[in-house]
Design a protein around this ligand. Structure first.
Ligand code: TUI
Length: 314
């Protein structure tokens, strides 16, 4: 059984977080992951605080385990969500797509464990100084908003830059990836794309089908020109967006083209206008299965691989 300092800190059976996928990671998915022994994380995305509060309360009815909320810092509602998580006494806050410095004191005073997603050494050092409990080092293999560095390059550099526990994210969908990042110095993993296929994940069935049918080169990054690079499945719409991006479409028109595209993918499975966020591991996701089974399977494979490692040494 693989246990690490993050298990002790948060009272988890397994050192596995479920990524806070905007529009996707709701109270039902988060509760299933927490029931399965990992940390379920509700994504605030661009939703108002009351919507997210409802999801937290739904999760509380489904599990007695710890629950996290991921705050997407570019959201217009980030301030009110930052207050809501204190009122609802969530155990863990993860943050993404920005710098959470201005909220750190209030969360810490409330006894919340703050675990920022960092994509650079500078941010890791700042978050360590400001009192984060752990860090999630997310490489650009991930789906959604991506940083510059890959998981392979980022994780050891973040581990060297902090004394905090580090979880690795981006490009991990099975025990092989998990074993690899443990050897890079991580003490836990966060998976997003793999949990998209969880039975308890309520995305449109077409979204799941597209993930399960994906092949290695199925994802691409768009949005660099506006400063918010995002990885998603390479659909005709996303390719048209990329063409517009490099063809000189004005910024406002580009923003308008992208707006609502994630909701269309998640809720309507809209193949024409939807943007299906996904990581590079989409092709490794083979079937729909319960969240608890995903966690158990990945951790058992990790353990088997790490137990075999000594045999490589002759
Ligand atoms: O946040 C994510 N993934 C996301 S957020 C999202 S919603 C969205 N909607 C519209 C446009 C863009 C995104 C979909 N996927 N992952 C965590 C993550 N955080 N990756 C990289 C970072 C990051 C980037 C910069 C963290 C800190 C940071 O600091 C910048 C600064 O302010 O210095």
């Amino acid at each position: 059984m693989i246990r690490s300092e993050i298990c002790e800190m948060l009272g988890l059976r397994y050192p596995v977080f479920q990524g806070g996928m905007a529009w996707i990671a709701d109270g039902k998915l988060a509760a299933a992951v927490s029931q399965g022994g990992g940390l379920g994380i509700i994504a605030a995305g661009n939703a108002p605080a009351e919507t997210v509060r409802e999801q937290v309360r739904t999760a509380r009815t489904l599990t007695a385990g710890p629950i996290g909320v991921n705050i997407m810092l570019m959201s217009p509602f980030a301030d009110e969500i930052a207050r809501m998580v204190v009122e609802e006494k969530v155990e863990v806050v993860t943050t993404g797509a920005g710098n959470p410095s201005r909220y750190m004191d209030s969360w810490k005073q409330a006894g919340i464990r703050v675990i920022p997603v960092v994509a650079s050494v500078a941010m890791a050092k700042l978050m360590t100084r400001l009192g984060a409990s752990a860090l999630i080092a997310e490489g650009g293999e991930s789906g959604g908003h991506v940083g510059e560095l890959t998981t392979m390059a980022l994780v050891p550099q973040i581990c060297d830059a902090t004394t905090l526990p580090v979880l690795a994210a981006g490009g991990i969908a099975d025990g092989r990836g998990a074993a690899a990042v443990f050897l890079l110095g991580a003490c836990g993993i966060q998976m997003g794309t793999r949990f998209l296929s969880a039975e308890e994940c309520t995305v449109h069935p077409l979204y799941k089908e597209k993930i399960i049918k994906a092949t290695d080169l199925c994802t691409m990054v768009t949005g660099k020109r506006l400063g918010h690079p995002v990885r998603s499945l390479r659909t005709p719409f996303v390719r048209a967006y990329a063409k517009a991006e490099y063809g000189g479409m004005p910024d406002e028109e580009l923003e308008a083209l992208a707006s609502g595209a994630l909701r269309l993918a998640v809720q309507e499975g809209d193949n024409e206008r939807g943007c299906f966020l996904a990581g590079q591991v989409a092709a490794m996701v083979k079937k729909e299965q319960p969240a608890a089974e995903i966690i158990r399977e990945v951790m058992e494979e990790t353990e088997a691989l790490l137990l075999r490692a000594p045999q490589w040494i002759k």
